[in-house]
Ligand binder design. Structure first.
Ligand SMILES: Cc1cc2nc3c(=O)[nH]c(=O)nc-3n(C[C@H](O)[C@H](O)[C@H](O)COP(=O)(O)O)c2cc1C
Length: 295
């Protein structure tokens, strides 16, 4: 990691989000509808749970919280028993699989997801390179290796489930992900895994323009409340994902904590929508956002 504290990509993203201000359009206001349709399923909120590993009480309660809020759920590294608990919770779950060097580990998890009714699968490709210039690393004792584009294509084609590539952080990779057959991307620098990373939100407009409307774009990386969520959605995200804001509530009160946090973010999102004259997420207008050069 660089010694310069300014290299922290979470801080860079925070500064970027803080530089965006909103105008109000009260004369166009209406009761806001936060529902969003993703691959034929309607969710009450575009705020979804981020992939988290090593949850102390397993993934079942985490996913249950998403189900209670009727939000999409993504889950991270963990064994199939814990994944199975998440699926039994009634949530629509995207299992984000690590880019295991032993590709059999990947295919067995894809198969498990497929045969147990997951909503989709994904891969956090950003986790593979280490901090010393290698394409590989070790996570929780398991060797990881960055997959090539061809390998990803084979994985995507191996399953009828929608496949999401996590860790995309450029227009080029977004377009490649679409060409490889992914259903969408999770635009993310994985909690500052890359120093000096461009804020995912700063790429949203260009990525949306490049990939078109029929490709799912999920954004994460420091969304702290519903106003941040609003900014990301207005800039072109279909969904926003929150991980660290859920950790405390999950540890304290399990599924209820996850549900209440998702509902709180959604209430704040609604507050932003009312004041900006945004009636629904389909018609959200990026021109309500201004870059505050004076801040
Ligand atoms: C403790 C912890 C564990 C995580 N585990 C995973 C994981 O297993 N898979 C994954 O794709 N991302 C994982 N992430 C990354 C998050 O999903 C997310 O990309 C990142 O934290 C940024 O979102 P946030 O600012 O809302 O936390 C983890 C993050 C944290 C803090």
């Amino acid at each position: 990691m660089p010694k310069n504290p300014n290299a922290d990509s979470i801080k860079i993203a925070r500064k970027y989000l803080d530089s965006l201000v909103l105008e109000s359009r009260l004369l166009s206001a209406g009761v806001p509808d936060t529902s969003v349709e993703i691959l034929g399923t309607t969710f009450d909120t575009p705020v979804m749970t981020g992939a988290l590993s090593h949850l102390k009480n397993g993934m079942g309660a985490y996913a249950k919280g998403a189900a209670l809020a009727n939000a999409l759920c993504s889950i991270g590294m963990g064994d199939n028993d814990s994944f199975g608990d998440a699926l039994k919770s009634g949530a629509k779950v995207i299992k984000v699989i690590k880019p295991y060097e032993d590709r059999k580990e990947i295919y067995s998890r894809i198969y498990y997801a497929e045969s147990h009714g997951a909503f989709g699968v994904g891969m956090d490709i950003e986790h593979a390179p280490d901090g010393e210039g290698n394409l590989s690393s070790v996570c929780a004792g398991m060797p990881l290796l960055l997959p090539s584009a061809d390998e990803l294509k084979t994985m995507i084609q191996s399953t009828p489930l929608p496949f999401f590539i996590k860790g995309v952080l450029s227009v080029q990779d977004a377009l490649k992900a679409k060409r490889l057959g992914a259903a969408g991307i999770i635009l993310s620098h994985h909690n500052s895994i890359m120093s000096w990373a461009i804020p995912p939100f700063a790429l949203l407009k260009d990525i949306r323009k490049a990939v078109g409307e029929d490709f799912i774009v999920i954004a994460d990386g420091g969304i702290e409340d519903g106003f941040d969520a609003f900014k990301a959605l207005a800039l072109g995200a279909d969904l926003v994902s929150i991980a660290r804001p859920l950790m405390g509530p999950y540890n304290e009160t399990g599924a209820e904590g996850v549900r209440d946090t998702l509902l709180q973010f959604t209430k704040e999102l609604k507050a932003a929508m009312v004041r900006t004259g945004t009636k629904d997420l389909k018609t959200i207008d990026p021109t309500v956002i201004h870059e505050a050069w004076w801040l």
